[in-house]
Write a protein that binds this ligand. Sequence first.
Ligand code: GLC
Length: 419
Amino acid sequence: MTPDRDREARAILARNDRGGYTVPTAGLYPYQWNWDSVFAALGFAEHDTDRAWTEIETLFRGQWDNGMVPHILFHQIDPEYFPGPNVWKGTGPIPSSGISQPPIAATVVRWLVGRHPGGEPRARQLFGPLMDWHRWFMTWRNEGGAIVVTHPWETGRDNCPDWDRPFAAIEPDGITSYHRRDTSEVQTDERPNSWEYDRYLYLVKLGAESGWDEAHLKDTTPFRVADPTMTFTLLRATRDLRALAERWGQPVAELDGWIAEMEAGADRLWNDEIGAYDTLDIRSDAHSGVISNASFLAWYAGVGGDRMLAHFDRIAEATRYYVPSTDPAHPAYEPRRYWRGPVWAMLNMLIATGLGEAGHADRARALTENTRDLIARKGFAEYFDPRDGAPLGGQTFTWTAAVWLAWASPTTGRLTWAA
Ligand code: GLC
């Protein structure tokens, strides 16, 4: 079974390749998504390093003047997709959305150059743009070292229960009828509901009307939430950027400052009531009280010691496949609905990486084997039901194929992060 999965995974990357960039899956997501693309690069690196570099370079071609790297680049317009470039009104060199996504690129660039030193000149070209992107986060999205988002889509965890309370405080004025594309592609019980969707569009409208003016949004947007996905991936990526800076004799003082700020900021995400990291709504100063798979990225960021270990063990025991995107013990848990319960393989890869680095090799191995078994049995779905592994959402999905090749496959998965 396994060698077929390797071949299948390579075929999925090839099929979703649009020439220089990869779509997450045909139909549902017809454009280049930021972190999907960086995961895709890891998958390509298994058999085509040149193509891996190109994927990241294409992403950075969409970087805005202010340093932001958009969450979607609309390379070839697909009139069927909603919300498209006319709704977003991005202001960068390529039509794009106006928000970013978890910054895993510096981490993957470090890994790629460590494994394939021939790519060094290409990696060096990316150093300045990566610095500019990280500086954008630290300038506009930094609340005492905790990194905030201005739209749930920015975290990559679109409809997780963390947004329920901040969303309840928002009245989505001026959002009239619209036609969703996602629910024609995927069953409605596996996607966000319309109450959420109205608010997603309202926040896009606010940003677009401001011309994506970060200073203005910082003062006025009702949605400003510090998030573990953003804080932990940026902290980790900044450590990797620092390693690259050292490698190339670049100054590290600014990077050291950011790392220290985020190490302190991670503490702001700690919720004593549940004994876990969660989101913190800056507008209301309230924690969400939700343990998510992103809470377990603390090890990946190198913070927190073993503070999350007991929750990890409890949740790993609770479901056949783990790590579910929402704690099954939480009342908002829905095992089939997107980020409210299902397992996401690429997050598992980051969590296992962190566990391994923090000295929990047994748990890292168990999570890797659990994900291997899931994909080997159920294929390359977008996400999976934690109870039985039922494949959900889009199929032939790029990042599931990529993390199989880079990490979960017993034959090709060789991911180690040391440079
Ligand atoms: C959804 C996911 C997000 C991903 C995108 C494309 O919006 O929540 O994380 O980047 O789809 O796959």
